[in-house]
Design a protein around this ligand. Structure first.
Ligand SMILES: *[C@@H]1O[C@H](CO)[C@@H](O)[C@H](O)[C@H]1NC(C)=O
Ligand SMILES: *[C@@H]1O[C@H](CO)[C@@H](O)[C@H](O)[C@H]1NC(C)=O
Ligand SMILES: *[C@@H]1O[C@H](CO)[C@@H](O)[C@H](O)[C@H]1NC(C)=O
Length: 380
């Protein structure tokens, strides 16, 4: 932990001022420490103790990583570590004051970066866990699943405001969303997928250190992007998964989607609950909706051919010959045991790895009730 700042300390030696974040890195050095100030590039310090130069260089590199990839958390950890090996120095990451002037500068910088990316044909961006998922995906992916088709349609339509879509858990929504991203080019100039908790991902995208700042920054960034000729699809995957989650940020959602609507940007929410999708879809009148292409959840289960292809990949990855499981028998054992049938990738791998037979999920969603009701009718 940092020591209390004493008056004898020389403050602000290292001034690497963040240009796209609301914080500054400040270095406090105790009297007697061997250092000399020396303006070199953006760093105002030259460390005279052994190894000081390399630490200064590492800090500059770390800072660039924060600016370019928003790795604030990792950088803060590193700073703690470096602090402990720098004689007499105390490094701190400080949150800058969000004055109107600072916010405006931040907004301009962010818009400039996005517009530049669009100019360079970098029109698709993936943040959060999905960026790793995309990198590791390879070619062994079942394409054209029903949910991928839904996402492709949703992305290709030039809408603004907010559209919600849903499918049961374990259906491969995240991979399907990634595969559908190129369709975003049809409707907008820039498509970004945020994968993770809504608040955290919005802070990451807008590069601010608190959620309070997200709304004010977004409400300026949205129109500024439009001014720069950029319209955006923004997909939220795994961002809102339950009512509590949604209600916690409901006010902010309304403000954000109003701003998005007025500027012609499209926010797309992917969720696993039909009831929640309906709630999000009706949050702000005409500005929000459940996708017109949305079908009942069971329609997003995989067809037998897709299940067969996926089983092939699963077996291959585990070095199991197909004869060992008996493909037909396997497929019939792990289809969803309700009136709709069909396959789910997660249920298939669970059956293969843990011999866990698929179950019908008991939720209170209207469709599940409908399913129960249909079965009841059949029995009667
Ligand atoms: C932009 O990138 C996409 C995908 O990488 C590619 O298909 C397209 O041809 C590129 N367009 C230009 C003008 O370079
Ligand atoms: C999408 O719609 C907006 C508003 O109607 C329009 O200005 C824009 O040109 C459209 N974009 C495309 C790619 O059709
Ligand atoms: C974004 O798309 C719109 C509509 O297709 C187009 O008019 C505009 O020039 C594009 N902006 C950029 C920066 O490419």
């Amino acid at each position: 932990m940092s020591r209390p700042r004493s008056r004898a300390m020389v403050a602000l030696v290292l001034t690497l001022t963040a240009t796209s974040h609301f914080f500054n890195l400040r270095c406090f050095v105790r009297p007697g420490a061997r250092y000399t100030t020396h303006p070199a590039g953006r760093s105002h310090v030259r460390y005279a103790f052994p190894g000081g130069e390399s630490i200064a260089a590492a800090i500059a590199t770390g800072f660039a990583a924060v600016e370019n990839f928003n790795k604030v958390g990792q950088f803060a950890d590193l700073i703690q570590k470096w602090s402990s090996v720098m004689p007499g120095a105390e490094l701190k990451l400080e949150v800058d004051k969000s004055t109107d002037d600072n916010v405006l500068k931040h907004v301009e910088k962010l818009c400039e970066e996005i517009a530049l990316a669009v100019d360079n044909n970098k029109t698709i961006s993936v943040l959060g866990i999905s960026s790793q998922r995309q990198a590791n995906m390879g070619t062994r992916v079942v394409d054209d699943t029903p949910f991928q088709k839904l996402m492709t349609k949703v992305l290709a339509v030039n809408r603004s405001g907010c559209t919600a879509v849903h499918a049961e858990p374990g259906m491969g929504k995240s991979i399907a969303s990634l595969r559908a991203l190129p369709a975003g080019r049809v409707s907008k100039n820039y498509t970004v997928l945020l994968d993770g908790p809504f608040r955290a991902e919005m802070m990451r995208f807008f590069r601010v250190s608190s959620f309070e700042l997200v709304v004010s920054v977004a409400r300026m960034v949205f129109p500024a992007l439009t001014q720069a000729g950029v319209s955006m699809n923004m997909i939220f995957d795994n961002g809102v998964e339950d009512d509590e989650d949604f209600h916690k940020s409901r006010t902010e959602w309304i403000l954000l989607l109003k701003a998005a609507y007025e500027s012609g940007h499209h926010l797309i929410v992917v969720t696993q609950s039909e009831a929640l999708a309906m709630k999000i879809g009706s949050v702000n009148g005409e500005r929000s909706r459940v996708s017109a292409e949305q079908e009942t959840p069971e329609k997003y289960r995989w067809a037998k051919e897709q299940a067969r292809e996926y089983l092939g990949y699963l077996l291959e990855a585990r070095n199991i010959p197909p004869e060992a499981v008996g493909v037909e028998k396997f497929l019939s054992s792990c289809s969803i045991p309700d009136v709709y049938g069909g396959w789910k990738p997660i249920a298939m791998s669970n059956y293969l790895d843990f011999n866990e037979t698929p179950e019908v999920l008991c939720t209170t969603s209207p469709t599940q009730n409908r399913a129960v009701w249909v079965r009841q009718l059949q029995q009667d």
